[in-house]
Design a protein around this ligand. Structure first.
Ligand code: FAD
Length: 285
């Protein structure tokens, strides 16, 4: 089944985009970079509402956090000094591993949040840092942490809304990102984002998200508890490898078996945690 688009609109402001969405009663969609829409087989879609002219392409630093406008492309994120400096380069580390430059020229940050593919890298990173999504619908403005938004019926909710901004909060420690894929630029077989705060040589707090399991990135709260209060180092990373292999919840899809994911998750997390610990310790100096 192919897309049967009849009309294309260029919205001048958020209100116009919302009123067009409402007029289509489920037969219209917001168009950002169009990467996912181009591959969509929704035969109901009749109208596309381009939001590239709403002034939502920006990256602003705010008290150590980052406000990213929804239509900002991944390339624009990489080119922004504020984004490159966020958490010592963590966001650039993640975005730089998303597909390839032509795709990053087109993909928008808001589109990545709206589509939230389970195999994607950005969702895992955004869950780990506790990013907040801001959106507008006919009832007004809303905000929610990504992990809360994605737990609910977010596709239905966003089908009549416009995401305006994503806020990435500041953190005192450091984050690192890890990805396993068949080759550079390919979709993840498994990915993770790990954040650590180090105080007096011990882990003061930990934020760990594992994604493409094949489910969307989720925090491993039990692992965060296990890490807190411990001294980072090879001994701890060995415990991580063993405990993850014993306890991690993973499944199979056409890309990888559950057995492979179980064997790979511990080393991936231990390696990424070690990098986060190194960065956090260096930031203290
Ligand atoms: C070949 C390929 C490889 C990829 N590889 C990776 C990868 O390695 N890592 C990774 O993390 N991701 C990857 N992705 C995912 C990619 O990041 C997303 O597809 C992209 O960011 C979607 O953004 P877009 O602007 O193109 O969205 P669009 O296609 O324009 O929109 C996607 C959906 O979101 C809705 N939408 C878009 N913007 C808004 C908004 N502001 N408010 C409300 N609804 C909105 C649209 O209506 C549509 O339903 C890949 C995608 C493709 C196609």
């Amino acid at each position: 089944m192919r897309l049967k688009i009849k009309r294309f609109h260029y919205a001048r402001d958020v209100e116009e985009a919302l009123s067009l969405l409402s007029a289509y009663r489920g037969r219209g969609a917001i168009l950002a970079g169009g990467l996912d829409l181009a591959r969509s087989f929704n035969p109901k879609l009749e109208g596309l509402i381009d939001i590239s002219g709403l002034g939502l392409s920006y990256v602003h630093e705010q008290d150590g956090g980052l406000r990213i406008g929804a239509t900002t492309t991944l390339t624009e994120v990489l080119e922004s000094r504020a984004a490159r400096e966020y958490l010592g380069g963590f966001l650039a580390e993640v975005v730089g591993q998303v597909a390839n430059p032509p795709l990053r020229n087109q993909a928008t940050f808001g589109g990545a949040v709206a589509s939230a593919h389970p195999w994607a890298d950005l969702p895992t990173a955004l869950v780990a840092v506790g990013a907040e999504v801001r959106w507008v619908d006919q009832e007004g403005e809303h905000r929610a942490r990504v992990e809360e938004l994605w737990q609910g019926e977010f596709r239905r909710l966003l089908s009549s809304a416009v995401i305006t901004e994503i806020f990435l909060p500041p953190w005192e420690g450091a984050f690192a990102f890890g990805k396993l894929s068949r080759n550079v630029g390919d979709i993840a077989l498994l990915n993770c984002a790990c954040g650590l705060g180090i105080e007096d040589g011990k882990v003061a707090w930990a934020r760990v998200a594992l994604g493409a399991t094949p489910r969307r990135g989720r925090r491993l709260l039990w692992l965060e508890d296990l890490l807190t209060g411990e001294a980072p180092g090879e001994e701890l990373w060995q415990v991580v490898r063993e405990q993850v292999e014993a306890n991690v919840e993973v499944g199979a899809d056409r890309r990888a078996s559950a057995a492979w994911r179980r064997a790979a998750a511990g080393p991936l997390l231990a390696r990424t945690l070690a990098r986060a610990a190194e960065k956090a310790t260096a930031r203290q100096r």
